[in-house]
Each structure stands twice: as C-alpha cells, then as structure tokens.
Design a binder for this molecule. Structure first.
Ligand code: ATP
Length: 306
C-alpha cells in the first residue's frame, strides 16, 4: 500500500509536468514566452568569430505592462571571458538570464549570440550553445556518474573525468566508496552545498556549451568550497564564456569584468579594484555584505599556486 501511495504521488507530479502547455509559437504580448523566428527567416549562419559570445544592447523588459524590470541593460561577454553580474535583490539579474535563455523576448533592445541577433535564431538554436545552472541544484538518488550524466547518458569516461577535473570534484570521487560509481545516497544529503553546486556545474559542462550561465547561491560556502568554485570557474573559461550572477567577493575579484545592475539598468562595468574607486553603487554592494566572502585571501592565493 505504501508503494502504491508513493507511486501515485510521483505519477501526479509527473503528470503536472506533462500537462504543462507547450511554448506558443507566436508571442502574443509582453511578459509571455518568446516567439519562433518569422516564416521565411533564413537559417542561422556560422557565427562571426570576432563578435563576443554574448552581447546585450539597451535591453528593456517588463513581465506586465507599465512595470518595467529592465530599463537599459547593455554589456558583452567575450569568448572565454568570466563576467560577473552583480546587483541588489530585485535588480533584474535572474530576469536577464531568462531573456538570454529566451524564455522571454525583450520589449526593446537586442541580444546577440556570436554576433547573431536572437530574432534570427529559433529558440532551439539559441539554447543549443547555452548551459544554465540556477539556484536549484538537484541531486538525485543514485551514483555520482548517474548524477553527472543524466542529461547525456552516453557520455564516456573521458568526458566525465574532464568535467570532474574542471569542477574540482576529484575529492568527492576519491572519498566515495566506488568512486564515480559510488552512490550519493539521501539525495546528496552527505554532500556539502558547494559539492552539490559543482555536480550541477559538471552536468552542464558535459554538453560542452559555448556560454555558461551560473546563478551563484547566496547560501553559505565554507572556505574550501568557495576556493574550489572560484578555481572551477576560472578553469571553465578555457572551454566557454561564463556569465555568473555573483554573490561572493571571491568570484567578482577574479572576474574579467563585473557588470553592476541597478533598478534594471547597467550603471557600471569594470574590474573589482577599478569599480571600488569609480562606482559608488559597486562600492556599496562590496562593502555592505551584498557580496559575501568566507574564504580568506590567503586560502585563495595558496590554492591558485597549486
Ligand atoms: P535576486 O537577487 O533576489 O534573485 P534579481 O536581481 O535576480 O533578484 P529578478 O528575480 O530578476 O531580480 O526580479 C526583478 C523583478 O521582477 C522583481 O521585482 C521581481 O518581483 C519581478 N519578477 C521576477 N520574476 C517575475 C515573474 N515571473 N512575473 C512577474 N514579476 C517577476
């Protein structure tokens, strides 16, 4: 009876997902999912190598009419660059991610991937090269291998070990009885928050994206995990461009560029030291614990040397 009850509960949850409406082909109005390209739009051409991986120009957007969330967001993410997006809660950071992933279209402004405007691409083409790691890092009952590969079940050991190394999961592999095939158990309850986050990162990187969108958690990471994440991010830029919604000083300090978003507008961009002197908005974020730090600089410097 217990099994039937659990099965029924699971079936109802799956059925909720299956019953969701499909994304409409046309976008009827604001705040609704985006449209496919107009009939007759030529297929995507090979990307312009000189163009940045991602370019946003004067983006305006609101979920509902007359309540703008984005009011002029402009920035680029170069190929193999690490760009950190920072701003207070409600500034519009996650909304920007939704637009980049084409869950919505902007009301005004242009988003370009490798120089191509998203309006010239289908949703599928836009998403093909993007991996998104958001705040919900799910670890499923099963082995570490299964958790890394569940989006790419035919991935070989070489590829799996590549992402394990990139995301600094080697200590977890060594620690688990059975290594990659060791069971995580209890939905990853025995793992730290940082390890769960890096499993989600490894899963995303298996697909070899050209652009990684990462929403860093606000949750506490200890010094070891914070250092592991920072090192993983700088290693990941060897493979793709990274745009991270940053909540940690350790991430912004090592970003190639920081973009400051205030009330839906980009108000400053540059490197950490530079922004501390030139941008009052950034200085406030960095000094009022909106950007957190748990790792000491010493730990980072020591880790960087290895
Ligand atoms: P946080 O750091 O707290 O995650 P954020 O900078 O990512 O904040 P968003 O989540 O993009 O901010 O939210 C920006 C504004 O848009 C907020 O006022 C929020 O209430 C609103 N908003 C977000 N998602 C929706 C939605 N699906 N429908 C309507 N309003 C939304």
């Amino acid at each position: 009876i217990g099994l039937i009850q659990r099965g029924t509960g699971a079936y109802l949850r799956i059925d909720e997902v299956l019953a969701l409406p499909e994304e409409p082909a046309q976008r009827p109005g604001r705040g609704t999912p985006c449209a496919s390209p107009a009939p007759g739009t030529p297929p995507a051409t090979p990307h312009a190598p000189a163009a940045p991986a991602l370019e946003l120009t004067d983006i305006h957007f609101g979920y509902v009419p007359d309540r703008p969330v984005l009011r002029g967001a402009t920035f680029t993410v170069p190929h193999h660059g690490l760009v950190a997006l920072v701003g207070r809660s409600g500034a519009g950071k996650s909304t920007l991610f939704s637009l980049i992933a084409r869950l919505y279209d902007p009301d005004a402004g242009t988003i370009r991937f490798d120089g191509l405007p998203t309006t010239a691409l289908s949703r599928g083409q836009c998403r093909e090269g993007i991996a998104l790691v958001d705040q919900n890092t799910h670890v499923l009952e099963g082995t570490l291998r299964e958790n890394i590969t569940y989006g790419a079940l035919d991935a070989g050991d070489d590829d799996i070990l590549r992402v394990v190394r990139l995301t600094r999961l080697d200590p977890v592999v060594r620690r688990l009885p059975g290594g990659l095939d060791g069971r995580l158990g209890d939905h990853g309850g025995t793992l730290s928050a940082g390890e769960r986050q890096r499993i989600a990162l490894a899963r995303a990187l298996l697909a070899r994206p050209r652009l990684l969108l990462l929403d860093e958690h606000t949750s506490h990471l200890d010094a070891v995990n914070e250092t592991a994440l920072t090192r993983a991010l700088s290693a990941v830029t060897r493979e793709c461009a990274v745009l991270v919604i940053a909540h940690r000083l350790s991430t912004v300090r090592h970003a190639d560029r920081i973009v400051v978003l205030e009330d839906g507008r980009t108000v400053a961009s540059g490197r950490h030291d530079e922004l501390l002197t030139t941008s009052p908005a950034y200085r406030e974020l960095a000094t009022t614990h909106v950007l957190r730090s748990h790792a000491s600089e010493k730990t980072w410097e020591k880790a960087s040397e290895n």
